[in-house]
Design a protein around this ligand. Sequence first.
Ligand code: AMP
Ligand code: TRP
Length: 334
Amino acid sequence: MSRIFSGIQPTGDLQLGNYLGALKNWVMLQHDHDCIYCVVDLHAITMWQDPKLLAPNTREVTAGLIASGLDPDKNIIFNQSQVPQHAELAWIFNCVSRLGWLNRMTQFKDKAGKDRENASVGLYAYPNLMASDILLYKANGVPVGEDQKQHLELSRDIAQKFNNDYGVDFFPLPEPLILGEATRVMSLRDGTKKMSKSDPSEASRINMTDGPDSIAKKIRKAKTDPEDLPGDPKDLAGRPEAANLIGIYAALSDQSLADVCTQFDGAQFSAFKVDLTELAVSVLGPIGKEMARMMRDPVYLDGVLSTGSERARAIAVPILGDVYDIVGLLQSQS
Ligand code: AMP
Ligand code: TRP
């Protein structure tokens, strides 16, 4: 895998699903790969964002990436809007991608809800911008949570159609990297719903900045079922809340589901929850503290994003230039 790219939206508090589905894997990948990690502010505004909060939220997510263990010297960390080539390539992809493909995207259907006529064009074209993010760097590995799989398939379709339409072998087909034991962390209130920053219920998620009391309270109140914990992961079928909590435990402790089931075979949820709380506090506590510390130094965070953007542009500009040549757009020779 030569180059890794992934993105995260600055739309609110980072939550445990972001950490286990994405950030933890990004941190692991940085050791053996060239990695580019992007705070996707242009994606964020596909749903209205308060202009006063967008910059602070962008800094907070950046702080979250660094506090989770990403080294800003080793990796390129930047925000999307500082590299205008993302939007430029996205326009070209708007002309490659097909309405029929976008119509199948489940995230659009979920986010647009019933009033689809009133959704922004940006929300609809969101996956084309995502393909542009990845392909602007010719990245071939994309670490994401399970919910982004469909968008990744669309990115592959766009890369392939571009190559076919223009008779070139230019873009690689990016591979989704869906890693770990918690690729889809579910709401603590409803094991059939994804844990999300945008869920109106605070009790549904653990935020990366939650303190020990808040983590303990949310886990204590987390929905369970009347049975004890099973000794075999197969017996988690049909028990979404149990599967979710055990998956979270496994991912946080770097163990397999089977190991965690063996460890807690026959335990009651009340006992398991005490251990889960201790584990979650031990992993998230230091990250939350470090985020809070960095948030008091916006000059540092802005510097990381500015340097990262410069490094990103150095890769993106020549690739976009090649795309313009392939498409046949006339450029002045300077
Ligand atoms: P977003 O917050 O939507 O920008 O997501 C950023 C990254 O976190 C993506 O790779 C998502 O797949 C991942 N992610 C978000 N929520 C979850 C979740 N509940 N479980 C697993 N991964 C998630
Ligand atoms: N759509 C992704 C999400 O909401 C964020 C994202 C934007 C992304 N561009 C990307 C992820 C490129 C991976 C690669 O989770």
